[in-house]
Design a protein around this ligand. Structure first.
Ligand SMILES: Nc1nc2c(c(CN[C@H]3C=C[C@H](O)[C@@H]3O)cn2[C@@H]2O[C@H](COP(=O)(O)O)[C@@H](O)[C@H]2O)c(=O)[nH]1
Length: 306
């Protein structure tokens, strides 16, 4: 999304807690120019897929709830993806718009096979209800209709989602400037593209316009790769597992500098390799690398956006 790229760049050129290290980017680009990383979408084998509209419904529900697992140290993304998959395989009407509007906490925990309250459980329910209500009101209850109305444009899909679903409006004000990150809206487009291998509901002419998804894993990976640098006070906060407030300068700089750094990395690798690399591909490689590093210390922000 252009407004994600340009506003993330504004943060990166005005930041102080997090800075982008271009020599780090150069080094990573140099190592990757010949072997551009290809991580398979669903490399874990945990997602529902039937090559049809029900998969689109599954991915929208998945990305409605795809945030903030860290408060429960036993919970991670794969519990969400696989729990929703099992739910849909045992009841193909489970994600119908009217059903989404009525789920309760105990029902959601049962879906995810979770023995205790989920992190931000009330918010997860509110967001599920919101998506069910809006799908019913504007898209005949079907996420596939939402995707069909975006003319094969990922950017249009992200804009449509931001317009219809307040819970996906991942933006903030940083030093008086509005910054757009749209992590869950963009990852929904990328999940469609990955699941359907660029065909059918995943056929986007402008998938190259999607940036990385500003979550809490990728910034930590970029720090480890020497692509990002943290101030000593920020490094300390993260080391002590102290929470960082949503909307704070530190949080916005962690997320936006990650987007900007990978956009720069993408440009450099594409130039060196002589062919276009996608941010979506770099993201998946960075994220997969991150979740395999058990010692990775990421920042902790309570957020419904990532
Ligand atoms: N940047 C980026 N962030 C991603 C993903 C994914 C999953 N992508 C699926 C698509 C294809 C693959 O096969 C994956 O299965 C989740 N996340 C974010 O990470 C955090 C979860 O971390 P932990 O608490 O350790 O599970 C949380 O903010 C979540 O929103 C990604 O791809 N990129």
């Amino acid at each position: 999304m252009e407004e994600v790229r340009s506003t993330a760049a504004w943060v990166a050129t005005h930041s102080s807690h997090v800075t982008v290290d271009f020599s780090g980017i150069e080094k990573v680009a140099e190592t990757m120019k010949n072997s551009i990383p290809k991580v398979e979408w669903d490399f874990e084998g945990i997602h529902y897929f039937d090559n049809g509209p029900l998969t689109v419904q599954y991915l929208l529900v998945l990305d409605t709830l795809n945030f903030c697992f860290w408060p429960d140290e036993e919970m991670s993304y794969d519990h969400l993806a696989s729990g929703l998959k099992v739910t849909l395989e045992s009841d193909k009407f489970a994600f119908d718009a009217d059903r989404l509007q009525k789920y309760t906490g105990p029902q959601l925990r049962k879906m995810l096979n979770w023995p205790r309250p989920l992190p931000l459980e009330d918010e997860r329910l509110r967001l599920l209800h919101e998506v069910g209500f809006e799908l019913e009101k504007s898209f005949d209850g079907k996420a596939s209709k939402l995707v069909e109305s975006c003319d094969k444009s990922a950017a249009k899909l992200v804009a449509l989602i931001a317009r219809h679903f307040p819970g996906f409006r991942d933006h903030t004000v940083y030093k008086g400037h509005q910054i757009f990150l749209y992590k869950r809206a963009q990852i929904f487009a990328a999940d469609l593209w990955g699941a359907f291998k660029g065909q059918g509901y995943g056929d986007f002419e402008d998938i190259s316009s999607i940036t990385i998804f500003a979550d809490y894993i990728v910034p930590a990976v970029l720090l480890q790769l020497g692509v990002l640098r943290y101030s000593s006070s920020l490094a300390n906060i993260i080391k002590k597992n102290t929470e960082i407030v949503s909307g704070s300068e530190e949080e916005v700089e962690l997320r936006a500098c990650s987007v900007y750094a990978v956009e720069k990395m993408k440009e450099l690798i594409s130039k060196k390799a002589g062919k276009q690399v996608l941010s979506v591909e770099l993201d998946l490689w960075l994220w997969a690398f991150g979740i395999q590093c058990p010692s990775l210390q990421h920042h902790r922000t309570l957020s419904i956006y990532y």
